[in-house]
Structures are given as C-alpha cells and as structure tokens.
Design a binder for this molecule. Structure first.
Ligand SMILES: Nc1nc2c(c(=O)[nH]1)N[C@H]1C(S)=C(S)[C@@H](COP(=O)(O)O)O[C@H]1N2
Ligand SMILES: [Mo]
Length: 415
C-alpha cells in the first residue's frame, strides 16, 4: 500500500514551507512520509493567537496545485450539487471560528518504546481564527436539513495516485453545530499548505478531522468504509485504520457508526479502539521558556495555554518543583468553545534549577495524566495516572514530558 511508502518530494515541500514560516522547524519523521513542521519555539504557547508563521503543518500527499476559479466541491450521497469557491463566498454567510488544531500524533515522540512515524513533542498545536461559511448553510443549500444520526465524510483533493484517498468522517451533529468550510486564516487567504482554496474546520477536534483541499462532501448513514466513495483507491484507511488508538499488534475493527465520539469517553471503554475526534485535555507552558536564565527574587510570569476539545478547561495547576507541589493558575483571555485558554501564575523563584509543569482539568473533571504508560498497560493505565501507550502514538496528553527546566540565578542585581 502506498500509504507505507516514503515520499521523497516532502523534503522540497518542507524547505519551501520553512522559507515562508520562520517560526517553524522540521520534525523527525522516521517513515519519511509526511510534510511536517512544528512550532520552533516554546514561546508560541505564550500567545492565544498563533501567527500563521508559527502554525504547524502536517499532511501525507503532495500539496495540490489548486486554481480557486476552477476548484469545485461535489456534494454526494444524501447531499447533491456542486459548490464553486464563488458560490461559497457569495451565497453563504461569512463567519469566523476559533479553533485549536492539535495533530492527534502530538506527543507521539514521548512514547517509550518509540512508535515510529512523526516524532512530535508538543509542537503540533496551534490556535487560529478561521474564516469561511458555516457547513450547516452549505448542507441546507444542498438538500440536507437535519443530522438524523448521519455522518459527513470530507474528502481531500490531494493527489493520492489512486491509493489511500484522504477521507475523514464526522457526525453530522458536529458538522451542523459549529464546523465551517474555511477559505481564510487569521484574516489572510488560506495558505496553500493549510488547505487552499478550501478546508474543513472542526473546532476542538484533532487535526486529522480538518480535511484540507476539500473536493467532496458526502452525507450518509455510515462513516466512510472501504468502497463507500465513488472513486478509485482505498477509502477507509485514514478513518478506520490510521488514527485509531489501540495496543501493539492489534488491527482495529471497522465500524459503520459509533455512539460515543468524545475521545476520552472512548478511551475509558465506550469504543474498543477509539477514533481520534475531539482533543483530550492538555496544557503547555510558554514562558519562561528555559532558553535563558531568570533572576532570583524577581516576579516571573509563568504563562501558557490549556485546551480540552469540545469541553471547557476548568482548572490549570502549575508546579515549580517537578510535580511535588501544585498551585492553581489563573485562567484569562478569550473563552471560545473549541479553542485553548491562556493561564498565568506569578512566580518569585529562589536561585537554583527548577522543573516547571502544568496540568489541566476539563469541565468533566478529567485531569491530564502524569506520564505515558508502558505498552502492556492499555486501558489499565488510566487508573494509574498514566496515558495508555498505543501503537500509533495518538492522543497523548501526559504532562510530565512537557515540562520546562528553568535556571534561576542570583546575579546580585535582583531585589
Ligand atoms: N487533505 C488532507 N487533509 C489533511 C491532511 C492530509 O494529509 N490531507 N492531514 C491532516 C492532519 S493529520 C492534520 S494534523 C491537519 C494539519 O493541518 P495544518 O497543516 O493546517 O496544521 O491536517 C489534516 N488534514
Ligand atoms: Mo495529524
């Protein structure tokens, strides 16, 4: 299957992206398949809005050479018709949504033993304001009025050479609720690596659900299964095989539908091999960034971001002693569904080396686990304050691996 093969052209793509986006750096991809760059500096996580220059990029096939005047989206299944980019802009309301995009593989590089593929630490998360048209408006205009337990499959127009078509399904309830077809990012036209001319934005859900270069939207009773689409190639790889959370050596079962889409509820047992839908609760400290020492006795603002997919962030705690003691941080700034929140904490450190950690709790009382388990633990890890090591390295939200070591010096200049 071509999905398993390296892609030599990705290196050229990465170089071009790094030239346009100087706040990003390449991440190790053992399989040499993906175009992957992530936030180059921890300080990206000290801001609510991520500049496009610092927003990670992740995709499998070459970026299509799209002409917006020619590009169309086919509505298929229970939907019908064709959507042009002109119609998308002129016949539907323009809206903006805030969305924290996190690659479901963010944190994969923290699994021991290693899992292969893209070795992300915490650099594959970012928040943008995406502009476009509500998916509900587009679906209604094309004959779909209600969710009715159905699914929306979005298909990417990235060239797949007849193999592994990039198709992902989300429940139609989510599609109607807050998803958009985006043509703008942070007020600018959508850059080509982020999905020009049109991508799906699914607020609060893992990056993989946010299909770039959309050329088909299909409404059906089932999520995408093999042979479900009217085109050559494999249709279900990205939905039913990749991006599933399971122990080593397991082939996940194919489902037509699942009742529980909250990723954490699935992990707790609602689905045998969970799908990566909404993001698990997580946080990252942005400052201090550990790159230069701070002064003893001065006020140091510990600042970062915390997110929880479809759920609200209820609490963020900060530790400045490697997890021995914890203090509540203050949440501040914008509070939009599907986007992260800023947190802050005033710290007056004494001289020495300090390990800073943050851990967030969502509105349903689910707190980030401390570490990633060993490969045998699977679901039992959850009772042991650990995230289940899984073969694909997905959805990890442990806090210990994201800590920052800060040197505090007494230069005699402080008070
Ligand atoms: N068509 C298409 N859409 C795609 C992908 C892809 O390979 N092809 N990659 C997905 C993954 S895995 C992620 S994490 C996000 C990343 O979005 P970004 O590159 O805009 O940050 O895009 C998603 N959408
Ligand atoms: Mo991803």
């Amino acid at each position: 299957m071509a999905t398993e093969e390296p892609r030599p052209t990705r290196h050229g793509e990465i170089e071009e992206i790094l030239e346009r986006k100087d706040g990003t750096a390449e991440t190790r991809d053992e399989a040499d398949k993906y175009t992957v760059v992530g936030a180059a500096r921890r300080r990206t996580f000290a801001n609510w809005l991520t500049p496009v220059e610092e927003h990670f990029v992740c995709h499998r096939n070459d970026i299509p050479n799209a002409d917006a005047d020619e590009w169309t989206v086919s509505l298929t299944g229970d939907a019908s018709g064709t959507l042009s980019m002109d119609a998308l802009r002129e016949e539907h309301p323009a809206v903006a949504v805030a969305h924290t995009m996190e690659c479901a593989g963010n944190g994969r590089g923290q699994h021991r033993p290693e899992t292969g593929s893209v070795q992300w630490g915490f650099e594959a998360a970012a928040t943008s304001l995406w502009t476009g048209a509500p998916l509900s408006s587009v679906l209604r205009a094309h004959g779909v009025d209600s969710a009715d337990g159905r699914w929306l499959t979005a298909v990417g127009g990235d060239p797949s050479d007849g193999d592994d078509v990039f198709a992902r399904s989300i429940p139609l309830t989510k599609a109607f609720d807050d998803c958009i077809l985006a043509y703008g990012m942070n007020g600018d036209p959508l850059p080509r690596e982020h999905g020009f001319p049109v991508r799906l934005v699914v607020p609060g859900w893992y990056g993989v659900n946010n299909v770039k270069w959309v050329d088909e939207l299909r409404v059906a009773d089932s999520m995408v299964t093999e042979g479900a689409l009217d085109r050559p190639g494999e249709h279900a790889y990205w939905q039913q095989v990749a991006y599933r959370i399971h122990p080593a050596g397991v082939e996940p079962e194919t489902n037509d539908s699942v009742d529980e889409v909250d990723t954490w509820d699935q992990l707790e047992g609602a689905v045998e091999h969970p799908y990566t839908f909404d993001a698990n609760v997580k946080s990252v400290v942005g400052t201090p960034d550990g790159e230069s020492p701070v002064e003893a006795g001065e006020r140091v603002e510990v600042r970062g971001v915390a997110w929880a997919g479809d759920d609200r962030v209820d609490r963020v705690e900060v530790s400045t002693d490697g997890g021995e003691t914890w203090t509540d941080a203050e949440l501040f700034g914008p509070d939009y569904a599907g986007a992260w929140r800023l947190f802050r904490y005033d710290w007056r450190p004494g001289a020495g080396t300090h390990e800073l950690l943050s851990r967030a709790t969502d509105e349903r009382g689910r707190r980030q686990p401390a570490r990633i388990s060993n490969p045998d633990a699977w679901r039992d890890a959850l009772a042991d304050d650990a995230f289940p090591w899984n073969e694909g390295g997905y959805a990890a939200n442990a806090y210990e691996p994201n800590g920052v070591t800060v040197e505090v010096v007494d230069s005699g200049e402080g008070r």
